[in-house]
Design a protein around this ligand. Sequence first.
Ligand code: NDP
Length: 285
Amino acid sequence: MGGELNFKQEIVGVFGHPVAENPTQAMVEAAFRHHGLDWRYLTLEVGPDDLADAVRGARAMGFRGFNCTIPHKVAVIDHLDGLGESAELMGAVNCVVDRDGRFIGENTDGKGFLSALTELTTPDAKRFLLFGAGGAARAIGVELALAGAAAVTVVNRSRSRGEELAALLSDRTSVTADFRPWEGDFRIPAGFDVVVNATSIGLYPDTDARLPLDIHTLDPSMVVADVIPNPPRTHLVRDAEAAGCRVIDGLGMLVNQGVLGIEYWTGVTPDAGVMRGALEEVFRA
Ligand code: NDP
């Protein structure tokens, strides 16, 4: 028999609660198989009271890192050894990476959005209209600011959360940021290059829900992006296509944040097409 026997895989995974319906494993393990990586991605149910023990367990068992999803993205920070720049600004971590024995918290949500965006346009000197001020919007807003966007206007249902995000961007980055209230169907003022839905409107099972938006104010010069991964073809995506805009769907962000996580953990840049295909299969089923 040739070669050394090795039955020990490298382990990564996701901690969440509830987590059973999170499809990341299908996407990440498709990439591991495609690239011949003997790694496993475990979907792990971890309640809030068990997070500290789960992170200790991950260290003890030599996990190479892990994703965090609801409700752990903020709470996990107390159990880590350091933070990347954008995770520190956002105060949220979705991807933990073992770097020389230290667990470092990164945030790949906004970076994944940015990679999807740069397939169509650069953020450089562009003006962004950002609907939403929750976790996804914070991640996107911070990365856009760090990537050289000229301006980010936050539109959000609850004023306090929207103003808080605009203030974070103005105070901690060099972008020009402001907040506008969301009353009735929002009319997009002239001058915006990119419109982003970072709210949860349209997410399965509420697939008929529409963004309160006057779609006649969508201009063909705009890029329109939606974070909703399921279903990828939201009303906004379809309305924007009909208006002649270039469009990015929520699978683009989901796949690209997964690409970055795999790069951080394994050093291999995985095939995004294979990962998107695995997710499309999950959402078709
Ligand atoms: P949060 O709960 O943190 O934020 C939700 C946001 O949506 C808030 O701004 C909230 O406004 C707004 N919102 C929700 N319902 C309505 C409504 N009926 N009318 C107006 N505004 C509404 O969630 P996240 O930011 O974590 O997630 C948002 C979406 O992003 C989810 O659908 C999630 O699936 C998606 N996502 C996609 C990713 C991807 O890779 N594609 C990655 C991460 C998230 P308010 O402040 O007023 O409550």
